[in-house]
Write a protein that binds this ligand. Structure first.
Ligand code: ATP
Ligand code: MG
Length: 390
C-alpha cells in the first residue's frame, strides 16, 4: 500500500492572488525540514500539499517534523488508491483496520475535487459506509460526533483515504513576512516571543549580549541551545553574540545606580538596531510583558522605545507568566531556559531601580559618558554563528 502525507494550508489558503508565493515558501520550508529524512516530491493543488516519498521512509518522522512547520492547519497520513470504489473500499478496510477495530463509532466523509468521478459524495459515503459496517460489525454510525471520520478524497490522478487528522502549527510560512532580530536572553520569555513572531511568518535572527567574566560560557551555550531548539519551528537562525562587559562596566562607573538597567537596555537596543539595519531586519523582537519586572513598566518601556528607530515587536506584552510558561513547555524550551546560568541583566542590578523613569532624566544620566566608541567596538567585535535545522 502506498502512503503519502497530506498537508492542509492554514490562513494562507485565504491569500487570493498572493497564494502562490506563500505556497512556494511553504513547500521550500517543508523540503528543508525533510532533507535528512528521505527523498520526497511535494506538489500543491487545491490548498493541499502532497508529500510523496520516493523511497522507503518513516512517515511518523515526517509527521513529527512537518507538524512544526508554520502555515499548516492540519496534516495526515493517507493511503493512495485508484479512482475506483472497489479499490477505495478494499484499501480502506486494510489501511484503517486497526483504528476502526479500536473505535465504537464512525462516519464516512467524501470530497470530490474531480467532479467527473461517476459517483456523488453522498453515494460514496453510503456505499463505503455500508461495507465498513459489514466488515466491522461492532461499529455504529454517528454523523455528529464520530470517534473516527473516514475521509475519502477524489482528486486529479488518485483517490486518498485517511482517518487521523493532526493539528498543524498554524500561522504563516516563515519567510513570508520579512526578517526581524530577536533579543534572545537565556530566560523563559524571549524564546517564546521569537516563536510567536516566527508563527506570523517572520524569519528571525537572534542577538545575545554576554558579559564575561560576570557571565559564564555556559550561559552563552544555553542560549545557543535555545537557538538550536527554535530551528525546529523557525528554520535556520543567524545568531549574533555581542561582548557587553566594557559597556556594563562603563555604565556602572559613570551613571547613577538607579538608572543602570534602563541605560543598559537602551544601549542593547542601539546595538541591536545597528545589526538589524545591516542584516535587513525590519523590526526587533523582545520578550517583555508589562509589569513583569521594574524594567518592564510602561514608563521604562517608553524610555527604551525612545532610542528605537524601528518597531519593537513584543508579542508577550499582555500575557501572564503562566501563559508564557505553558507555551515554552509546548515548544520544549522551558527546560533549557530554567538551567541556572546568569544573564548579563543580573550583573550590577541596582538595589532600587526607578520604576517610573522619565525619558529626559535617563537621557541626562546616559549623557554623563560618551558610550559611542564602546558601542562601535561592541558591534565590530560581535560574533556571528548560524544554526541550521537538525
Ligand atoms: P527573558 O525571560 O526573555 O529573559 P525577562 O523576564 O528575564 O525575559 P528581562 O531580563 O527584563 O526580562 O529582559 C527583557 C527582554 O530583554 C528579554 O525578553 C529579551 O528580549 C531581552 N534581553 C534581556 N537580556 C538579554 C541578553 N542578555 N541578550 C539579549 N537579549 C536580552
Ligand atoms: Mg531575562
Amino acid at each position: 500500500m502506498k502512503e503519502i502525507v497530506l498537508v492542509k494550508y492554514g490562513e494562507m489558503a485565504l491569500k487570493g492572488l498572493n497564494k502562490k508565493s506563500f505556497e512556494d515558501i511553504l513547500t521550500k520550508n517543508i523540503k528543508r525540514r525533510l532533507r535528512r529524512v528521505g527523498k520526497f516530491v511535494c506538489t500543491a493543488a487545491q490548498s493541499t500539499l502532497y508529500i510523496t516519498p520516493q523511497e522507503e521512509t518513516d512517515l511518523s518522522e515526517v509527521i513529527e517534523r512537518v507538524r512544526k512547520v508554520f502555515g499548516i492547519a492540519a496534516l495526515c497520513r493517507a493511503c493512495v488508491c485508484e479512482k475506483d470504489l472497489g479499490d477505495i473500499t478494499e484499501k480502506s478496510i486494510e489501511y484503517l483496520s486497526d483504528i476502526l477495530s479500536g473505535a465504537q463509532s464512525f462516519k464516512v466523509a467524501a470530497k470530490r475535487a474531480d467532479k467527473s468521478f461517476p459517483m456523488t459524495s453522498p453515494d460514496i459515503c453510503r456505499e463505503l459506509g455500508a461495507v465498513l459496517l459489514e466488515r466491522f460489525p461492532h461499529l455504529k454510525v454517528d454523523v455528529n460526533a464520530p470517534q473516527v471520520t473516514v475521509t475519502v478524497e477524489i482528486r486529479d490522478t488518485n483517490a486518498y483515504v485517511h482517518a487521523e487528522n493532526i493539528k498543524g502549527a498554524g500561522g504563516l510560512p516563515v519567510g513570508s513576512s520579512g526578517n526581524a532580530l530577536l533579543l534572545l536572553s537565556g530566560g523563559i520569555d524571549s524564546p517564546v516571543a521569537g516563536w510567536m513572531m516566527a508563527k506570523r511568518g517572520i524569519r528571525i535572527s537572534a542577538i545575545h549580549y554576554v558579559s564575561p567574566p560576570y557571565t559564564s560560557d555556559r550561559a552563552q551555550l544555553k542560549v545557543e541551545q535555545l537557538c538550536e531548539k527554535l530551528t525546529d519551528w523557525c528554520g535556520g537562525i543567524a545568531f549574533y553574540c555581542v561582548p557587553f562587559t566594557e559597556i556594563q562596566e562603563a555604565i556602572k562607573d559613570h551613571c547613577p545606580e538607579e538608572f543602570f538597567t534602563i541605560i543598559m537596555r537602551r544601549i542593547m537596543i542601539e546595538i541591536a538596531l545597528r545589526i538589524a539595519e545591516r542584516e535587513n531586519c525590519l523590526a526587533l523582537i523582545t520578550g517583555e510583558s508589562v509589569g513583569q519586572v521594574a524594567s518592564q513598566t510602561m514608563a521604562a518601556i517608553a524610555c527604551t522605545d525612545a532610542v528605537c528607530r524601528m518597531p519593537v515587536l513584543r508579542p508577550l506584552i499582555g500575557m501572564d507568566k503562566t501563559e508564557i510558561i505553558e507555551i515554552s513547555r509546548k515548544i520544549d524550551t522551558f527546560d533549557i531556559s530554567t538551567l541556572p546560568y546568569e544573564d548579563c541583566c543580573t550583573v550590577f542590578t541596582p538595589r532600587h531601580p526607578k520604576v517610573r523613569p522619565k525619558t529626559e532624566d535617563v537621557e541626562k544620566a546616559q549623557n554623563c559618558f560618551d558610550f559611542e566608541p564602546l558601542i562601535k567596538k561592541a558591534v565590530l567585535e560581535t560574533e556571528m554563528k548560524t544554526f541550521n535545522i537538525g
